[in-house]
Ligand binder design. Sequence first.
Ligand SMILES: [Zn+2]
Length: 294
Amino acid sequence: MIRRTANPLAARLATSLPPTRAIYARLACSALVLLSGIASAAPKLYVLDCGLLNFEDISRFSVANDETDVRQMFVPCYLIEHEEGRLLWDSGLPIEFAGEGIVDRRPGVWLRYDVSIVDQLSSLGLTPADIDYLALSHLHFDHAGGANAFVTSTLLIQQAEYEAAFQRPGEVSGYEPALFSALESAERVLLNGDQDVFSDGTVRIIATPGHTPGHQALFVDLEKTGPVLLSGDLYHFEENRAWRRVPTFNFDAEQTLASMDKVERLLEETAATLWIEHNLELANGLRKAPEFYD
Ligand SMILES: [Zn+2]
């Protein structure tokens, strides 16, 4: 596996490393290039089950309770393996709930999280130290719940999300700083818009603010499967998409609608398949790790 060879993110990191570390990193990369030989450029996408949420009342998502029977949300994590590194996209429910059975989150909301993201990675032969990049669609508890385990990964985060979640968490609904406080000391790249993670167009962060100030989605161009767009919480239910309904607790409704337009245009241009991350019915039909999409 080649890691962190020439791409803009790696270059930005290299310039921030002390000279000896930077030289070591370049030597390590060269050795890995030689060892890896015929590594494929095409990414692989693993879907991991990082929990389940159950709501008695879904009206805060701006879908009326009589408009759908759906009351449960899948909580995913996704591992993307690229020849230049591994990216974890979203980190699931808080790890402390893993293996605890049904947990009452608050009145009318329960959750369940069977196997922690760390243990699932371990089943794939990986530890958090093997994850080069951590990117979260946003820092709400069902996406940032495993974040503190990935302090050695480089955090790819919109500057607006970083400032809101780390510097003034009380001003935006839904952040729980204890879940990601360890990342304060992690290497990070602050983004201001879209970002082509490995500089080959296959893995692209798409800025989609609105749900939170720096919400983002992820475009992954898979060779056999075709392009897939991971929604983050741009949409929660299919009804949010069909009727352009913005949850009542979103940070900015106008921004959300503009992000919906941006994503729908991208889906049209690229013929990508949209995976609404919380769609349980969709998730039930997806292959889970150790199987993958390529
Ligand atoms: Zn969510």
